[in-house]
Design a protein around this ligand. Structure first.
Ligand SMILES: [Zn+2]
Length: 163
């Protein structure tokens, strides 16, 4: 369920669209949605994207505590100086501008921190939210592929080839 499999599905979708005579308008519609998924994929792989995402979730959840909308602490470690409890991503987890510090690294760094700091509830929540978005992207792609195939199977004029 990594981004690579999403990319493979996306390529598969573009292959199907290329090989199928889609009715007017349908190809544009499907491609526009695929482009959206692609853009989201690129954003997620952007340098420091995960780190920024987690920082946003922490800030958002901190705001909810201040508004009285959330009872669960962001971190249950009880340390008065814990940056998570005050709504901040620990400084060592912030993205560093370096060509060697890509999305994978920032995810790895934050996951490792979470292992060492298991009371960090908000980090676990953010990780799950990030994973749920991945699952959603996969589902959207599967639906796009199914919609494109439907047209191919309902008598498209191009030769039928299994992909
Ligand atoms: Zn803490």
């Amino acid at each position: 369920m990594d981004s690579r499999s999403i990319e493979e599905q996306l390529n598969r979708f573009y292959d199907i669209v290329r090989e199928t005579n889609l009715p007017e308008g349908v190809e544009e519609e499907l491609n526009a949605e695929a482009d959206e998924v692609m853009a989201e994929l690129v954003r997620r792989r952007d340098e420091g994207a995960y780190s920024r995402f987690v920082a946003e979730v922490i800030a958002r959840e901190h705001m909810r505590i201040e508004r009285g909308e959330r009872d669960r602490p962001l971190c249950a470690c009880g340390d008065a100086l814990c940056p998570l409890s005050s709504g901040k991503l620990p400084p060592q987890l912030r993205p560093i501008k370096s060509e060697h510090f890509g999305e994978e690294d920032s995810k790895e760094l934050i996951d490792e921190y979470e292992e060492r700091h298991p009371e960090a509830l908000v980090l676990r929540e953010a990780r799950r939210e990030w994973e749920r978005k991945e699952v959603k992207l996969e589902r959207r792609l599967r639906q796009l592929i199914a919609r494109a195939k439907q047209h191919r199977e309902s008598g498209a004029t191009t030769a039928y080839t299994e992909v």
